[in-house]
Design a protein around this ligand. Structure first.
Ligand code: UD1
Ligand code: UDP
Length: 360
């Protein structure tokens, strides 16, 4: 069986690292990786391929830094050409980025089966580009690999039981990645050598709803500056956010670092006291590394973290953010519950992929 995997943005490299390793254990599957080029800086892309032993992409479309329509359209065109050439049995897409929808759509129009890893997630905020991407990708996928029961339930509520597709609750491939690379990472001294704090808040920020609103972005940055006076805030700065902060001439007093590779990120997660983020992936990783999390959004797709009181949502205003951070900095939480599948997601997915082969 020939699989084409479409990746393009940082979180997809991390998810693909876990699943591609598992796929490579089966000699009956040939996997070809296509990189759309959506993320392209060394520290947003290549570092993950180097550090995580991800098979190098056979194709890189180098499509980036465009508006949504142009980016998705050009990806669609580029991926279609590759699919016509390579004739895969299945196209594998991850998550909810423009690379995800472009890959799924190109494949489906050519009647190639589509597998969506991280299916069924919903924020119920259709303004989010990610929500649009995930709803459309799910609808045209043949195999919906759901990380959580909530994701399965979301699909059922949308009537997916009446659609010709297979819903599989497999667990979260990010848990598999965290387990594997955390073990490999025992000698990492990034925090000791580069951060200089023993008690710090790890923060990431890139969501369009926060960065594209000058009001929200300045509120977040000013509040983080204030918190930093008491508990240091370490912020690996996403290029999108860096540009927006520069445009608004915002003053940054927190400890800014360049985006880091996954291994250093694990070290930051292990050593921090709290995670504050608007990232999807970081919310779960906080849980994997037994840290409370404050999510700077009005809603989250990862509702089980909220239900288990390890994550709270904060509206974007100074008092709410400070209250949420103070509450979560001192809260003792129970992280022993298995929310994301105990690191078996990739094995479960491979098992399903092998069934596709035998069904052919
Ligand atoms: C994208 C995804 C988002 C995901 C995030 C992960 C969409 C719609 N959004 O958002 O779901 O959570 O990736 O990080 O697909 N840039 C660089 N260098 C890079 C990468 C980006 O300078 O290596 C700049 C781009 O030029 C652009 C901006 O950052 O100006 C935003 O990049 P883009 O890929 O459009 O969206 P993200 O915010 O990264
Ligand atoms: N990440 C990383 N380096 C960083 C920031 C994030 O390796 O400087 C990792 C993070 O640990 C997680 C993934 O990138 O595995 C999350 O990606 P991001 O926040 O960009 O996207 P999202 O998950 O919100 O789609």
């Amino acid at each position: 069986m020939k699989i084409i995997t479409i990746v393009g943005a940082r979180p997809q490299f991390i998810k693909a690292a876990a699943l591609s390793r598992e796929i490579a254990t089966n000699k009956d599957i040939e996997e070809i990786i296509v990189h759309t080029g959506q993320h392209f800086d060394d520290n947003m892309s290549e570092v993950f391929f180097r550090e995580m032993d991800i098979p190098l992409p056979k194709y890189n479309l180098a499509i980036n830094s465009l508006n949504h329509g142009s980016m998705t359209g050009r990806m669609l065109e580029g991926i279609e050409k590759i699919l016509i050439d390579e004739k895969p049995d299945l196209v594998l897409v991850y998550g909810d980025t423009n690379s995800t929808i472009a890959g799924a759509l190109a494949a489906k129009k050519l009647h190639i089966k589509v597998a969506h890893v991280e299916a069924g997630l919903r924020s119920f905020n259709i303004e989010m580009p990610e929500e649009i991407n995930r709803i459309l990708t799910d609808r045209i996928s043949d195999f919906l690999f759901c990380p959580t029961q909530t994701a399965v339930d979301n699909l059922k509520k949308e009537g997916y039981e009446n659609i010709d597709c297979k819903i599989i609750r497999c667990g979260d491939v990010m848990q598999d990645a965290a387990n594997y690379y955390s073990e490999k990472n025992s000698n990492n001294d990034f925090v000791r050598n580069n951060i200089g704090y023993s008690n710090f808040i790890l923060c990431t920020l890139h969501r369009a709803e926060n960065t594209d609103s000058p009001e929200k972005l300045s509120t977040i940055i000013n509040t983080l500056n204030e918190i930093h006076e008491i508990t240091p805030v370490v912020l690996p700065l996403h290029p999108r956010t860096k540009k927006k902060i520069a445009d608004l001439h915002l003053e940054l007093k927190v400890k800014i670092i360049e985006p880091v590779g996954y291994l250093n990120m694990i070290e930051l997660l292990k050593k921090c006291s709290l995670v504050v983020t608007d990232s999807g992936g970081l919310q779960k990783e906080a849980f994997f590394f037994q840290k409370n999390c404050v999510t700077l959004r009005d809603q989250t797709e990862w509702v089980e973290l909220i239900e288990n009181n390890v994550n709270i949502l904060s509206k974007i205003n100074r008092n709410d953010i400070i209250d949420a951070i103070n509450k979560m900095l001192t809260k003792t939480s129970d992280f022993t519950i298995d929310l994301y599948g105990n690191g078996m997601a990739c094995k479960n997915i491979l098992k399903e992929l092998l069934k596709i082969k035998t069904e052919k």
